[in-house]
Design a protein around this ligand. Structure first.
Ligand SMILES: [Zn+2]
Length: 237
């Protein structure tokens, strides 16, 4: 079983019951989307009054869409391939509610609707999952993005950009943490201790492991914190 958090900066943050965590970075893609959008605006401002568009502008729009579709297609393929190999049979998707309601801003709106087109992305994920015999469930309930996975605190945690910190000493990627918390709450299966998260970046052809992949500062191995996780069983059972 796996939980995906779909967001704007981190396109997908994923936690599996087998203890894998994957992060797909959206920043470079978004920056390139914004560059192309600015170029379109620049060309539009130079158009004569009676003209609505030009061949060059239309070409840029197509290029922008093609680039996104290619990255989405490749992401779905890369992720589902991994999940299939990890033996995952069900995927829970969440995170969009959070993006749309809580952190709404002009920029987030641009990211969710124009840039990444989340509805399209979710449909693509569902279709690709079907090919691998993996079922997908979209959960509209509030996504648990503020809960500390180490001590369970909700009101003492602080989110700054993509990082969630807690006075208990926990620090980690907020979206990844959200998917982990969700998974632990909704699975009967034991969730294994997390391996080092793997971070992927898009290079126009493939999603490949980022050279910046690093383990965030966390103290998961401290045995004194394990009992705070209630009914979640740890270990290789
Ligand atoms: Zn904590």
């Amino acid at each position: 079983m796996t939980a995906l958090d779909i967001g704007a900066n981190t396109l997908v943050a994923c936690t599996t019951t087998t203890g894998e965590q994957y992060l797909y970075e959206g920043r470079d893609l978004f920056n390139r989307f914004r560059e192309t959008t600015r170029e379109i605006a620049r060309l539009q401002s130079k158009l004569e009054d009676w003209r609505y568009s030009s061949e060059r502008i239309r070409r840029l729009y197509r290029k922008r869409t093609r680039r996104r579709d290619h990255a989405q297609e490749a992401l779905c393929r890369d992720l589902l391939e991994r999940l299939y190999e990890d033996g995952v049979d069900t995927v829970y998707i969440g995170g969009l509610i959070d993006v749309l309601d809580t952190h709404w801003s002009v920029e987030t709106n641009a990211k969710t609707h124009n840039f990444w087109s989340f509805r399209k992305f979710t449909e693509r994920l569902v279709c690709t999952a079907e090919e691998y015999g993996i079922s997908v469930e979209v959960r509209s309930e509030a996504w648990t993005s503020q809960e500390c996975p180490q001590c369970g605190s909700r009101d003492r945690t602080t989110r700054h950009q993509d990082t969630l910190t807690c006075p208990c000493g926990f620090e980690g990627n907020a979206d990844l943490t959200a998917s982990e918390t969700f998974l632990k709450r909704h699975t009967e299966q034991a969730v294994r201790p997390m391996a080092r998260p793997v971070r992927f970046e898009w290079d126009d052809h493939d999603w490949s492991e980022s050279p910046h992949s690093h383990r965030p500062k966390e103290q998961r191995t401290d045995p004194s914190t394990v009992h705070h996780n209630g009914n979640v069983a740890f270990g290789d059972s």
